[in-house]
Design a protein around this ligand. Structure first.
Ligand SMILES: Cc1ncc(COP(=O)(O)O)c(C=O)c1O
Length: 454
């Protein structure tokens, strides 16, 4: 879709990865780069075009993770490259913190137009998801004069000290960094497949979470008048691609409005049509006060933005800033992304392809017992693997094995949560390539199930 090369529908592996060149690079990486990352498998990327990725030894892969939720319009999208290249020659940087330039203003106007917050609204530019969360915490506290933030267990909001204080997806992400930000309270996320409360019907899970907040948090721990914001992912990403029941966000909105608490939607991973809507929270018709974005916004260049209603975006001059935030090259790239998404109707495409993928995966539940749950919206789809449907024991080792085998076959798929396959390809992916990848995933699940005698 985005590229000009011949249509690719299947991967091509010529050397078993990691090949010799990849191994050389990995060895140096281990020597010179702090090994704080938990990498999925030894992929060494050399170049990529749209949804096709080439490694250092000439292998060609199909991308099903979008370089971690960034490449919604495909890698090196020509519209993005053209806009950024022209801007590199014209103006590469001139800090928005101290001066003005038009590119940032034009982008801010566009973002206000597409983001589902109450208007009038304003933008603060950042360089990453974590920085967008930091800014969201600051505007929430500043504008309400309240201290507490309520976040959700299973959430991933980033790694800086404020963002990691809200993150509760894996203990290792917090380990060794305490004390973290005080006055952050975590509550369970409504996870229908594994509701933390006993429910007869998984759809009741959202009500139970709301009840828990009212009774146990507001009743016993924090008066709601001290809570600045609920910060949430509309679909938990890192935590396992978890979609809450349909009534959860409308009920959370009512609760928040009743107590003057802000709603901050972390759309860092779920934004820019990933879920079939510009922003995932639109799937439930809820209007947050603040939307935090990053990842896909500038087609692969570093940029983030916080968009909030005017009364929230009220920090006084000198109170918050970032040297690189809203960089002009990233800003024109983001404008190209927005135009491209509109022109190619990528929201609609994500919704249509997502339905087709979910339908096939649900069918596959009759072919393998290891698929416990299939969930998602648009092209943000989770396939939760279990060792047994009765016990729901997570198939976490098996997940690792399946992902490694897919990698060796030429499919770049990663996991989420404890045992969930995460399917999040570029929204531009060729339909046949996508469906071939889904068949490869199903095939590998069946093989592992057979081999392990599950
Ligand atoms: C929902 C969400 N919020 C925040 C972040 C942090 O973004 P970054 O890595 O750009 O700081 C991520 C990253 O995966 C994310 O998925």
């Amino acid at each position: 879709m985005a590229g000009t090369r011949a249509r690719v529908t299947s991967p091509r592996i010529i050397v078993e990865p990691p090949g010799p060149r990849a191994r050389e690079i990995i060895e140096k990486d281990h020597k010179y780069i702090m090994q704080s990352f938990a990498r999925w498998y030894p992929l060494v990327v050399e170049r990529a075009e749209d949804y096709v990725v080439y490694d250092a030894d000439g292998n060609m892969y199909i991308d099903l993770n979008s370089g971690l939720g960034v490449l919604n319009v495909g890698s090196s999208n020509p519209a993005v490259v053209e806009a950024a290249t022209a801007q590199l020659r014209k103006l590469i940087h001139y800090s928005l913190t101290d001066f003005y330039y038009e590119e940032a203003v034009v982008l801010a106007e566009k973002l206000v137009e597409i983001v589902p917050v109450k208007k009038p609204a304003k933008v603060f530019f950042t360089n990453s998801g974590a920085e967008s969360i930091e800014a969201s915490i600051k505007v929430s506290r500043y504008s309400t004069g309240r201290q507490y933030i309520i976040a959700f267990l299973g959430a991933f909001h980033g790694r800086t000290m404020g963002a990691v204080s809200l993150t509760a997806s894996k203990a290792v992400q917090r380990y060794g960094f305490s004390p973290l930000l005080p006055s952050v309270v975590h509550v369970p996320y409504p996870y229908p497949y594994r509701c933390p409360f006993a429910v007869d019907d998984p759809r009741e899970c959202g009500e139970r979470v709301i009840g828990y907040i009212e009774e146990w948090i507001f009743g016993k721990l924090v008066d709601p008048s001290e809570v600045a914001a609920f910060v949430f992912e509309p679909i938990q990403g890192e935590g396992g691609y978890i979609v809450p029941p349909d009534n959860f966000f409308p009920e959370l909105e009512k609760l928040a409005r009743r107590h003057g608490i802000l709603l901050v939607s972390d759309e860092v991973q779920s934004g820019f049509c990933r879920t079939g809507k510009w922003f995932a929270i639109e799937n439930w018709g809820v209007k947050p006060d603040v939307v935090a974005t990053a990842k896909a916004i500038a087609g692969g260049l570093p940029l983030g933005a916080v968009i909030g209603s005017e009364r929230v975006m009220s920090i006084k001059p000198g109170g918050h800033a970032s040297t690189f935030g809203g960089n002009p090259v990233s800003a024109v790239a983001a404008l190209a992304v927005i135009d491209y998404i509109r022109r190619e109707k990528l929201c609609e495409r994500a919704a249509r392809l997502g339905e087709k993928v979910v339908k096939r995966l649900v069918e596959a539940m009759d072919e393998t017992k290891m698929i416990g749950d299939v969930r998602g919206k648009g092209l943000m789809i989770g396939v939760e693997l279990v060792r047994s449907r009765e016990t729901k024991e997570p198939a976490s080792k098996e997940l690792g094995e399946i992902l490694l085998r897919l990698f060796k076959r030429g499919y770049l798929v990663i996991g989420a949560g404890v045992s969930t396959i995460r399917i999040a390809p570029p929204l531009t992916i060729d339909e046949e390539a996508l469906m071939n990848a889904i068949e490869a995933i199903i095939d590998e699940i069946k093989r592992v199930e057979r081999e392990k005698g599950l």
